[in-house]
Design a protein around this ligand. Structure first.
Ligand SMILES: NC(=O)c1ccc[n+]([C@@H]2O[C@H](COP(=O)([O-])OP(=O)(O)OC[C@H]3O[C@@H](n4cnc5c(N)ncnc54)[C@H](OP(=O)(O)O)[C@@H]3O)[C@@H](O)[C@H]2O)c1
Length: 262
């Protein structure tokens, strides 16, 4: 790749919460941005804020409902002419409620967004950038993807998928000596619009539901620490809410001790 090619960081779900705060962190690092979500007005506000912070950056806005697979393929195609050095799959939502009572329209949309869109975008990104130095894919999962949270079983299951897929992809890329690295961020409770959407309410008080939580800005700071590191996982401890960088959490059977021939 020509070193003078203009580079971009793409962030899905940049219109609020962790994605919005992460866009500001990348702007502080002089990164041109591709901001993706459904709500254009929020993305325009963010673009304006970044322009005041760092007027030299190019900020591309893409309006896309990622819960529709056709849109996901078409989005990646539309971005073909940009050199994307970092891709962040952050868009996602949760659902609080028992499986017995869950609304399947919402659940199907969650499966499409949290699992299908993330898998399609990760795969297309790997196809195109696996041999490009300095490239990264960061998938936003959850601590709820390493432990089952009562009343959030289906959401947690989507994030178990994200953790398994991304840890596995990271191992696969390392073994293939690819130049692209894959990483996963596993936040715990973070004050964003997540609580409202997971509970189907217009207002949600994090103080009433959690004794501890992070702000979106703190979580974006942890994401940057993961981005700067050579580790695969950035995880929040649900015990003391500390942030730790790790190389693996899930068992991995890619070795002779696990009955695999090399
Ligand atoms: N907050 C927490 O406690 C917490 C904890 C663990 C993990 N997480 C994970 O962190 C990530 C970010 O969530 P957040 O906490 O920042 O929540 P948030 O404030 O609700 O942000 C979610 C983002 O996803 C976008 N999005 C939702 N549906 C979409 C769709 N169909 N197509 C495209 N974009 C869509 C939203 O934008 P539009 O509505 O404009 O489309 C928004 O920008 C999620 O993957 C979530 O699962 C959050």
């Amino acid at each position: 790749m020509n070193n003078h090619v203009k580079k971009y960081t793409a962030i899905t779900g940049a219109s609020s919460g962790i994605g919005y705060a992460t866009a500001i962190e990348f702007a502080k690092r002089n990164k041109n941005l591709i901001l993706i979500a459904r709500r254009e007005s929020q993305l325009e506000t963010l673009k304006q804020k970044i322009a005041e912070l760092n007027p030299n950056l190019e900020i591309i806005i893409k309006i896309c409902d990622l819960s529709q697979a056709d849109n996901v393929f078409s989005l990646f195609k539309q971005l073909d002419s940009y050199y994307i050095e970092t891709w962040i799959n952050n868009a996602g939502f949760g659902h609080y409620g028992s499986v017995k009572d869950q609304d399947l329209d919402k659940i199907q949309s969650m499966l499409h967004l949290n699992i299908e869109a993330l898998t399609i975008l990760s795969t297309l990104y790997v196809h195109k950038y696996h041999h490009q130095s300095g490239t990264q894919i960061i998938n936003i999962s959850s601590r709820g993807g390493y432990t089952i949270v009562p009343n959030a079983v289906t959401y947690c299951a989507t994030k178990f998928y994200v953790n398994a897929f991304t840890e596995g992809l990271a191992q696969e890329l390392r073994q293939a000596k690819a130049k692209l690295t894959a990483k996963v961020l596993a936040p715990a409770a973070t004050q964003t619009e997540f609580g409202q959407k997971a509970n189907n309410v217009n207002e949600y008080d994090y103080n009433k539901s959690f004794s501890q939580y992070h702000t979106a800005e703190q979580m974006a700071g942890f994401l940057m620490a993961l981005y700067d590191s050579d580790n695969i996982i950035g995880e929040i401890s649900t015990k003391d809410f500390s942030f730790t960088l790790k190389d693996s959490i899930l068992p991995y059977s890619g070795n002779a001790a696990e009955n695999q021939k090399s």
